[in-house]
Design a protein around this ligand. Structure first.
Ligand code: AMP
Ligand code: GLY
Length: 433
C-alpha cells in the first residue's frame, strides 16, 4: 500500500491555483485533482467538471478515486456542509464543518460570538426590522458601517459617507431584494479608523499556526479609489502588523476565539482568516472568513518553506504539530491582472499571451482563465495573479510587475501601486535614517 496522499482541491480561482502549486511540491503527494479548476490549474493537475455546490458528486468522486484529503478553497461549499458530508463518509477535509463556517456565513452570529467571548471588535447591533435599524443608525454616537449578515460574495458591506446613506443601505438590504436572503438580517456597526491587515491562521482545534500578516487592496484603482473588488493585489509580511500588534492579536483575539469555538463544541479544522483594523486602541476584528483570502493565499503559499500538504493533512486529521510549519525569509507580492470593466461588466474569451519563460521565485497564478481549442482565454474579471518572492518587498513587486508587463490580453489592466503603504513607510524611514 502506498502512503502517498491523493488530494482533491475544491474551487476555481487564483487561491486554488496557488494551493495546487504548493501541494505539487510535496513528496507526500500521490494523485492531485481540482474541481472544477481553471485554465492554469488544468495545466498543473487533473481537473474535474464538478460544481463546488455538488456535494454528492464530490463525495462520490472522492470515494471512487480514493481521495485521502479534500482541501476546500471557497466558503460557500463549507457553509453548505460539504466538509460535514465528506467527514461522515471518512474523507479527511481541510476546512471547517458547517458549524464553523457560520463564523463567515452569518456576520450576526460572528458579532454575537465575539461579544460573548470578549473579542475586540466594533460596537454593533443586529437587526431584521428596518425601523429599529433606522432609529439605531440615527441615534448612534458614531459613524456606522452597514453589513448584510449572510454571504454576499464580498458585496454585502456598505461604508456610507453619511447617516442618510446608511439608512438607505439598511432599507435596501432589509426591504429591497438585491441582497436576497443574505440581507434579511443586517449588522450595523461602528466605523473603525486605522489600517487593515489580514491575519491567516491554520487552525486545528485549540492549536494553530499564524501565517505572515498580509494586506489586500480591495479598491479597483490606484490610491484605493473606485468600487470594491474581490482584491487587486496583496503582499506579505505586512509591517502594519508589528510584533506588538501580533502579540495583541494572539492574546486578545486568537486565544479567546479558539477557546470560544471549543466551548461552543465546534471542532474547527481549517483556515481562520481574521480581518483586523489596527486602531489607536489596539487590533479589532472586522470580519472572520473560514478560508484563505484571495489574493492573500497567493502570497502566503510561496512563503511556506515546509511541506504544505503535510500541514493541511495533519490539521484535517486533528494532529497539527505547529513547530513543523516553517516560514521562509523575504517578501511575496501579487498583482491581479483584470479584464477591462471589472468589477462591473467585462468580456470573456479574449486570448491571453503569457511570458515565454518565468524566473525562479516568480509564479503565474491563474484566476479567471480557461482553455478553449488549445488556447488560453480570459474567463473572469480577475484573470491572472502575477506573484513573486524577493528579499525585499521592492524586489518582489518588481518581479511581479515584470510578469504583468510581459503579459497581454484585450482590455487588461492592473493596479500600479500594490504595497504602496508599506513602500511609503520604507522610504519615509530610510529618508529619516
Ligand atoms: P468585510 O466584508 O466585513 O471585510 O468588509 C469589507 C470591507 O469594509 C473591509 O475590508 C473594510 O475595508 C470595510 N469595513 C468593514 N467593517 C468596517 C468597520 N467597522 N469600520 C471600517 N471599515 C469597515
Ligand atoms: N481578499 C479578501 C477575501 O478573500 O475576502
Amino acid at each position: 500500500m502506498s502512503n502517498k496522499l491523493n488530494v482533491l482541491v475544491i474551487g476555481s480561482g487564483g487561491r486554488e491555483h496557488a494551493l495546487v502549486k504548493a501541494l505539487l511540491k510535496s513528496p507526500m503527494l500521490g494523485f492531485l485533482a481540482c474541481a472544477p479548476g481553471n485554465g492554469g490549474i488544468s495545466r498543473d493537475c487533473e481537473t474535474v467538471a464538478l460544481s463546488v455546490m455538488d456535494s454528492q458528486g464530490i463525495v462520490s468522486y472522492c470515494l471512487e478515486r480514493k481521495i485521502d484529503l479534500v482541501v476546500c478553497g471557497p466558503e460557500v461549499p463549507l457553509a453548505n456542509g460539504l466538509a460535514d458530508e465528506l467527514r461522515s463518509r471518512g474523507v479527511a477535509v481541510y476546512g471547517p464543518n458547517k458549524n464553523g463556517a457560520i463564523l463567515e456565513a452569518s456576520k450576526a452570529f460572528s458579532k454575537d460570538f465575539m461579544h460573548k467571548y470578549g473579542v475586540p471588535t466594533a460596537a454593533y447591533e443586529n437587526f431584521s426590522d428596518f425601523e429599529s435599524a433606522k432609529s439605531f443608525i440615527e441615534k448612534a454616537p458614531f459613524d456606522v458601517v452597514v453589513k448584510a449578515s449572510g454571504l454576499a460574495a464580498g458585496k454585502g458591506v456598505i461604508v456610507p459617507s453619511s447617516k442618510a446613506e446608511a439608512v438607505e443601505a439598511a432599507r435596501e438590504m432589509l426591504c429591497g431584494d438585491s441582497f436576497g436572503d443574505s440581507g434579511r438580517q443586517i449588522v450595523v456597526e461602528e466605523k473603525l479608523e486605522g489600517e487593515e491587515a489580514s491575519i491567516m491562521l491554520m487552525v486545528c482545534g485549540r492549536n494553530y499556526v499564524m501565517l505572515p500578516p498580509s494586506q489586500d487592496h480591495k479598491r479597483v484603482f490606484d490610491g484605493d479609489k473606485g468600487p470594491n473588488t474581490g482584491g487587486m493585489g496583496a503582499y506579505a509580511p505586512a509591517a502594519v502588523a508589528t510584533e506588538e500588534v501580533l502579540k495583541d492579536v494572539r492574546e486578545n483575539i486568537v486565544r479567546p476565539v479558539l477557546d470560544g469555538l471549543c466551548k461552543e463544541g465546534i471542532d474547527y479544522r481549517g483556515t481562520l482568516y481574521i480581518g483586523i483594523m489596527v486602531t489607536k486602541s489596539g487590533a479589532k476584528v472586522i470580519e472572520f472568513n473560514v478560508r484563505f483570502g484571495d489574493p492573500e493565499c497567493q502570497v502566503l503559499m510561496p512563503l511556506i518553506e515546509s511541506d504544505v500538504l503535510e500541514a493541511l493533512n495533519d490539521i484535517a486529521l486533528g494532529r497539527l504539530d505547529s513547530s513543523l510549519v516553517r516560514i521562509r525569509r523575504g517578501y511575496a507580492a501579487t498583482v491581479v491582472m483584470c479584464a477591462g470593466g471589472y468589477p462591473q461588466d467585462y468580456k470573456k474569451g479574449d486570448e491571453i499571451s503569457l511570458p515565454a519563460a518565468v524566473e525562479p521565485d516568480s509564479f503565474i497564478i491563474h484566476a479567471g482563465t480557461k482553455i478553449v481549442d488549445g488556447k488560453l482565454v480570459t474567463n473572469g474579471g480577475r484573470v491572472l495573479d502575477m506573484t513573486a518572492v524577493g528579499d525585499t518587498l521592492e524586489s518582489a513587486l518588481e518581479k511581479a510587475y515584470a510578469l504583468c508587463a510581459k503579459t497581454s490580453f484585450d482590455g487588461a489592466f492592473y493596479r500600479k501601486d500594490i504595497g504602496y503603504r508599506q513602500l511609503k513607510r520604507n522610504s519615509d524611514s530610510s529618508s529619516h535614517a
